[in-house]
Design a protein around this ligand. Sequence first.
Ligand code: FAD
Length: 317
Amino acid sequence: MKVTDHLTNAQDTVISFEILPPQKGKGIESIYNHLDPLMEFKPAFINVTYHRSEYIFKKKRDGAFEKVEIRKRPGTVGICAAIMNHYKIDAVPHLICGGFSKEETENALIDLNFLGIDNVLVLRGDAPKNETFFAAEPDGHHYAIELLNQVVNMNHGIYIEDDLTDGLKTNFCIGVAGYPEKHFEAPNMETDLFYLKRKVEQGAEYITTQMFFDNDKFFAFEQCCRKNGITVPIIPGLKPITTKRQLTVLPHIFHIDIPTDLSKAIIASKNDDEVAKVGKEWMITQCRELKAHRVPALHFYTMGKTHIIYEIVKNII
Ligand code: FAD
């Protein structure tokens, strides 16, 4: 079932989770162990992130370095199929532009269709770790909107090869990313919203947001979207802070602010157990307010923290 159908059919705010594929070498049991306790909350869907290859420099015997391509977390499509089979819950694979040619994207979409997966969250992706700017593959997409157009084309039976005229029309429900605190490369919020609106006009059916810790920023973003004629559901993305280190890591990686009250409470915490308590209480308060605001879903970036996500959801449903 499509994400949008889950949102339309629900009487109340639904719960959804996002997971990362395990590090290469770990089995599917690590995913099940992570998700099993969370099944109590009957999530409407589960997203699985996509992680592109990275380049590392490996020292050879002669002392010289060689550039090696590694993928630390492969398996997005397989995990989605396993989740759907094991839990009978819809899975939403993330699909990125980075590292993919258009043909590889088409083949990935064909695989998803064969597996009965009819949801995708389309994203641009970021530059690999040791590069500064995102660069598309020679025959790849530069922006999420181009990838979105490819998926929309396939939904109309249009494939890359011109002479494939009677291609199967896929039926993907397409989600895109939104940024309550602006995407870090956008010159300003207006420009970012302009491109977000274009993604929606060209076929995105819902928006999932970057994490945020100040609900007012989400409400302001939602209001701006509505003023700009973006009418699709906007799903807040949520992640509790669990360690002191995240106070600097999260702003660095995700380009978000931590509210002063929260940062002060974290700094005052004696250890990470105390930080996790502070982070949990903050998230529970955020979720209660978002639920009262009647957001369509609360989408949790679980990032391996089953226990704390469990306690948060238990407190808000
Ligand atoms: P885009 O929509 O392409 O936007 C990127 C930037 O370009 C923005 O500044 C935008 O304003 C601008 N822009 C957009 N279109 C145009 C245009 N046509 N011309 C000029 N400028 C334009 N990354 C992963 O690698 N794997 C994941 O699984 C993953 N999951 C994510 C899930 C969510 C909910 C979110 C919010 C992010 C996720 N990311 C993931 C991170 C994401 O890939 C990065 O934030 C990336 O930098 C931008 O992706 P986007 O899809 O928003 O890009």
